[in-house]
Design a protein around this ligand. Sequence first.
Ligand SMILES: *[C@@H]1O[C@H](CO)[C@@H](O)[C@H](O)[C@H]1NC(C)=O
Ligand SMILES: *[C@@H]1O[C@H](CO)[C@@H](O)[C@H](O)[C@H]1NC(C)=O
Ligand SMILES: *[C@@H]1O[C@H](CO)[C@@H](O)[C@H](O)[C@H]1NC(C)=O
Length: 433
Amino acid sequence: MRGYKFFTFVASVLILGALQVGATETENKTGEFVATKDWQVIAEGQAIPKGLHVRINLQTGLKEAKLLDESERGTALQSQQEGQAADENEPLSLDYKPDIIEESLRRVKEKKKSYAELRKAYKEFQKNFRTDGELIVQLIDQYRNFSKTPLESELRSKLDSLENLEYLLHQIDNALLFIDNGGLDDVLLPIVVNDTNTALRISAMRVLGSLASNNPKAQIKVFEKNFGSHLAQILSSSGNAGEISAALHAFGALLRKFPLAQQRILSTSGTQALIKVLQSPDVELRSKSKVVTLISDLVQEKRFVLETSKDAPDAASTMAQYVLLEFQPWLQTHGYCPALDNVLAKDYLHLLEQPEIVEQFATALETTEDLCSASWSQSSGLRHALLTVRNRYANSQDEYRLEVSQVLSKLCERLFNKPKHTELQTIDPNCSG
Ligand SMILES: *[C@@H]1O[C@H](CO)[C@@H](O)[C@H](O)[C@H]1NC(C)=O
Ligand SMILES: *[C@@H]1O[C@H](CO)[C@@H](O)[C@H](O)[C@H]1NC(C)=O
Ligand SMILES: *[C@@H]1O[C@H](CO)[C@@H](O)[C@H](O)[C@H]1NC(C)=O
């Protein structure tokens, strides 16, 4: 898609250029604009006589002018009034003056009326005004008022409340206020843990993702309430794409830049839950690509911290937490390498039309290459999948697909064209791209 947009853009610039050249040829060389009954382009900075009809051509972005038609005098009058450009001997303005005075009077009256209305509306607004904080407390109270047994009649208002919360709790202060007022215990936890309605669980996990994103204090509270293992439970058991996506979003928001939570959650059920999503035959590729993206991000996060805090003594404790984190070994223990290999080997035909997803998988393959290259380099299924997608994209006109095909070429070369596999080079001379 990117490449396509790029070419469209160039094309429109070229057309614009051609029009400008065309316009210059018919221009009066002395620099003065000579108006006719037809639209003509006004050159940059060129002076034009008064009383013409002027417009901006929306297709070219150029200013154009022509002489007025009889039917257009009304419009012209308006621009003359605004620009004080009417000639003394121009009869038009006199003809139309009564109308203008009437019109102005009408508008003044209208303004007075709307001012009174405005005051009234403002008073109303003040009366009903709630700060975000008041609104959040009210939403929590409303939630406490819902009956304990699930009622179909309450579902719509529950979903609406959650949607409002998702919006409000992006703000760090709002999220903390929600937590301080018992929102995790009274609103989110009962839904995520016990509710049988999938739509409600999805909404609640969206709220959770919203409040924990980039909010370290909220992340700690969410972690303390043990949401990590509840989310892992949902990931392991759900076959619903929307639910998996919402759970992954919340899971990622809880784990990112929080090595203690990563340590506790990923060393127990967390890693297993992620890999289970990859292994499930019922889960669609898009959800699987979100899983590998989260895995890849967490692996990179540790690498990045270890690299950047090497020479920073004040980062010692952060670094220590990441050093203890053994996410890669847990991935290996729970079968990440063969799981990813299988996803691609089985589903690669679906990847042919989804370059964004291929890119996500390619990034994950690169990030975890050192962990898995021993098994991946022996996998003929993976090799066939990657080369098929690579070859398809390499023959595309689309710049983005071409980019992705180059990433795949390099990956294939590293995985399958190692010197010890010389026979592969003769079978597939294209792998070096
Ligand atoms: C250019 O404008 C001048 C001044 O209005 C006029 O005398 C002349 O005839 C115009 N030339 C053309 C080619 O339109
Ligand atoms: C909750 O219920 C109580 C008692 O019925 C009521 O006074 C209160 O206004 C309700 N709160 C909300 C937010 O609906
Ligand atoms: C979930 O349901 C069980 C059984 O009814 C209950 O004991 C537990 O407290 C509930 N958990 C939450 C978080 O509501």
